[in-house]
Design a protein around this ligand. Structure first.
Ligand code: SAM
Length: 358
């Protein structure tokens, strides 16, 4: 425990110990614990294999009480490349300042995620559902859409890696009689009992989780026998023309590395998800396509898509002139989806994969 305490520093108002290049397998030993079971809330993302070539990595150990160093969460997160830029959406979500998290919740969620959340809730919830887990809940839009359909006495738990999102989700008031609880956790190491939920949902998260099979195995483990699992991810970028145009602009402006990071949400083949679910024992796996409209009040509002992405710092770092030119290029790029009322509306397609635990 001592060496960790010696490296304390602050990040997002929380005390962390930083240990670069740690070997995950040796983690409990380094924390002075005999096994991962002793870590109350255990969250690990091993992104090193994924982003190892990109630069700086930290192990962040969140300590509740530095004298006893009670560990409540452990994350390895690729924080940034050498210029300080976040190297993934997950790192970006984890680094959101308060105003960015609010912009995500107030602008991106209603524009991009809410209608899909409603559609998912409509197909996934029936009167037999009493306990629900929302994996990678973000600011809780899916959890809330589902909660609105649950009977009194039902409970829903939402987990997410980002402490800021967990806080935001917790601020929403649940429908009367339904219990909603949010906590920090990693999809690949859920701190939840086996078979505890009769519905497990996960919308637009698995694209960001390096251990896809681990995350799916965890979702299956916590699903009760006969319970249902629903996974949603965006389909190919070509099916989301507005975002494809924005991605083209990212590539023209900052090159292929920036494009690769920006387009992660559209990069997970649905066949992999279906195969992993089947392999993990999910029965009657069905894949469906679902198209919704995304809608922003203006091109300026749609720019949040970029500003809140891992390339956001490049936009924010521009001088006024440069930013005006860029905003003009952005508006031109998305002109085909800009209505005569200056709103921005475009179709966006997702894959919905479902099945039940045998
Ligand atoms: C695009 S948001 C989607 C949030 C929400 N499900 C929705 O539909 O609005 C992706 C979320 O996944 C979370 N996330 C990424 N990797 C994760 C992991 N390994 N475990 C838990 N959450 C993760 C991020 O913090 C973020 O909140």
């Amino acid at each position: 425990m001592e060496p960790l305490a010696a490296h304390h520093r602050h990040w997002q108002g929380t005390s962390f110990a930083a240990v670069p290049n740690i070997n995950i397998a040796g983690l409990p030993g380094k924390l002075g614990m005999s096994s991962t079971r002793e870590i109350g809330l255990f969250a690990i993302v091993d992104l090193v294999g994924h982003f190892g070539h990109r630069g700086v990595y930290d192990l962040l150990v969140q300590c509740g009480d530095s004298s006893r160093c009670a560990v409540v969460g452990v994350m390895t997160v690729p924080m940034s490349d050498r210029s300080g830029e976040p190297v993934s959406w997950t790192a970006q979500f984890g680094q959101f300042a308060d105003d960015q998290a609010l912009a995500y919740d107030r602008v991106l969620v209603p524009a991009v995620f809410a209608s899909l959340a409603q559609r998912l809730a409509a197909v996934a919830v029936d009167s037999s559902v009493h306990s629900v887990l929302d994996v990678g809940t973000g600011s809780g839009v899916v959890a809330r859409a589902i909660a609105a359909r649950l009977q009194p006495g039902a409970q829903i738990v939402g987990v997410d890696l980002s402490p800021r999102f967990v806080e935001l989700a917790s601020e929403h008031i649940p429908p009367q009689g339904v219990s909603m609880r949010f906590q920090i956790a990693d999809a690949v190491a859920l701190p939840l009992a086996d078979a505890g939920f009769d519905l497990v949902v996960c919308q637009h998260v698995l694209q960001f989780v390096p251990g896809l099979s681990g995350a799916i195995a965890e979702m299956v483990r916590v699903t009760a026998p006969g319970g249902h699992l629903w996974v949603v991810v965006w389909s190919e970028l070509a099916d989301s023309p507005l975002f494809a145009a924005v991605a083209d602009l990212v590539e023209r402006t900052w090159g292929s590395d920036a494009h690769e990071v920006f387009t992660t949400p559209w990069s997970l083949p649905v066949e992999r998800i279906a195969a992993e679910m089947t392999g993990a024992g999910v029965k009657a796996v069905i894949v469906q396509r679902l198209t919704v409209d995304v809608e922003f009040d203006s091109a300026q509002e749609a720019m949040w898509v970029l500003v809140l992405s891992p390339v956001g710092r490049r936009v924010l770092g521009m001088g006024q002139r440069e930013r005006e030119t860029f905003a003009h290029d952005f508006a031109e790029s998305i002109a085909p989806w800009t209505t005569t009322q200056a709103r921005v509306r475009a179709p966006m397609t997702a894959w919905v994969v479902s099945g039940h635990r045998g």
